[in-house]
Design a protein around this ligand. Sequence first.
Ligand code: FPP
Length: 238
Amino acid sequence: MHTAIIMDGNGRWAAARNLDRQAGHRAGVRAVHAVVRAAARCGVDTLTLYAFSSDNWHRPRAEVEALFGLLRRYLIAETDRCISDSIRLNFIGRRERLTAPLLRQLEHSERLTAGGRRMHLRIAVDYSSRRSIIEAGRQLQGAPLAEMTDFLALLGAADHSDPAAPAVDLLIRTGGERRLSDFLLWECAYAELYFVDCLWPDFDETAFATALEEYARRQRRFGRIAAPSAAATTAGQA
Ligand code: FPP
């Protein structure tokens, strides 16, 4: 199962406490810890977290630097734990605009955790789905697609996803907004969407479990008609 999360609401969480936005992002990292462990325990195979969109470059420089600093410290603190939990860390998005220390650390963490088989943890940084789709389309070079999954492989290559990820099954967005914000647009074609008002720093293991329970209740049809339930079949035959 592939779960993707738009972690929204750090700023509002901080403002409600008269704290600066950076404090909100620090609290957001604590939620990342909790949700990564919960996802691995719940049998999620791929977890993609939206940490920094390509449009986030328009935020004040101090906030961008603080976010990159948090990410780097997260990796320094968490890489060993990922190795022992068999979690493969991977960064998707553009790399050429990242700072040298962050890039060094993320490539180091990717190398050290490459053997992880329990869960593929993808963190999207300087990520734009529309850009990835354009890049993958360019790689097609006019060749027709044999299978839809072939395009997922091209997107994986465009994003530095190693391995490429399957389509998203469940997309969670915290913070009350109901939009995709240029995140995994192709991969979410048939994703179940789960929007929740809870601000990201308050999103914990229980909130994650609630999202999975809601997902389990959804009926996924992929454009087909619903299979009749056992009860309906019996009634039809009577
Ligand atoms: C959106 O909230 C959140 C972000 C742009 C950053 C997300 C980053 C983290 C949770 C911390 C670092 C990540 C990892 C993986 C260690 P917002 O700032 O837009 O909140 P607002 O809408 O309330 O202003």
